[in-house]
Design a protein around this ligand. Sequence first.
Ligand code: UD1
Ligand code: CA
Length: 458
Amino acid sequence: MKNLSVVILAAGKGTRMRSKRPKVLHILGSYSLLEHVVSTAESLNPCEIIIIYGHGGEDVKDQLSHLKVSWVEQKEQLGTGHAVQQAMPYVNDANNVLVLYGDVPLTKPETLQLLLNKLDSDSNVFALMTDVLDDANGYGRIIRDESKRVLRIVEQKDANPKELQSKEINTGILAVSAKGLNKWLNALENNNAQNEYYLTDIIRMAVKDGLTIDTVNPSYHWETLGINDKNQLAQLERVYQLNMAKSLMEKGVCLRDPARLDVRGSVTVGMDVTIDINVVLEDGVVLGDNVNIGANCIIRRSSIGANSVIAPNSMVDGSMIGESCVIGPFARIRPDSVLSSHVKVGNFVEIKKSSIDIESKINHLSYIGDTNMGKNVNIGAGTITCNYDGANKHLTIIHDDVFVGSDSQLVAPVCIGKGATIGAGSTITKNTPENELTLARSRQQSISGWNRPEKKTK
Ligand code: UD1
Ligand code: CA
């Protein structure tokens, strides 16, 4: 088996995106279009991946500098043939070459493997990915002879009415020996309707050299759909999302509506996870067994322990939620929070950079930030940790078995001793002793015989 070089064409302007951002940097799911293509290419174990860049190319290179690829500039966009030609000086003549497009993000590796298999079986084969479409408008058409052998490709703009009747189109994806490719590319001319060096013209040359053009069709039309505008971007986003939803359902997840889930990054799931509608899972999410996610939740870069419930309209970001917790509805867990098991966080509660130990409850209307909270703590409604003095953040420590009455403020840095009780409405500015009731509020008094002022009638 020969070594494989993958050449990805990404020099096109992408004018129809109507964006300052280069087309291949637009995001589908959680990755740019080009990253999708590179990751598909990587799954084929090539010896190299070469990206042909042009318009806005420096931006593309900068933003995707983490990719293990070679970058080759196509200074002027003189056509797809010219684009591939730019890569050839860097490709070993003994290799096979697979050509992909940077704006075709959803090709399945299995489909590309079928294409490459064609080359392994016979060195005299040129492998071409074609598709048969009801509406072939805009595509290059495959022209075959009476015995169905591929003869050539004709571009829409160069085709005569009879040729335009062909419903078999060129997807643009092809694989062939580097040696042949080099030879044919060097012979390309641009005397056609668009004055471009068409990659498609090499088919006719290969046929003349006695090669067989062997075709493979994708399993789904969307595998070879390219993105030229925001409509097509949105259409393929839906395809991608439905694929993500299907793969989660195959792993046993119960989705109340697969069309109303958005996955932007990896999701790892246990058994019997249920996800209600309009949920977004972003940047790496781990859901344990029996986790239940309510409607309208956003979960980012977080793990949720087994049997926990994230009730509707909650957001969990950059945090670890233990087992059997109940979060929400309407809760916000901000980054660097660690909740142990059996923790309850209720409505309109915000937790930030805090650890909360087993069986503690913050059920209503509270802000807990920069706090270490022990076990079995009960935080009353409207409690606020005052963690910020305008310049620095300070720590609040709440030991096990503490009870904080409603509408209390804990002014950090402060420590609430084990088993302490804080009376409702207290503003706590000093550490409080263990097991005692601490009150920091004005005393209630009643004045007997007091008369309410009355309005005088004139
Ligand atoms: C090309 C094919 C056509 C096929 C269609 C599939 C040719 C001549 N035609 O047409 O048969 O049906 O794709 O979508 O190959 N690119 C460069 N440098 C260039 C020109 C293009 O890098 O100088 C890149 C583009 O960024 C794009 C890809 O090549 O990713 C295809 O270019 P595009 O202009 O879209 O080709 P089509 O005219 O659509
Ligand atoms: Ca195109």
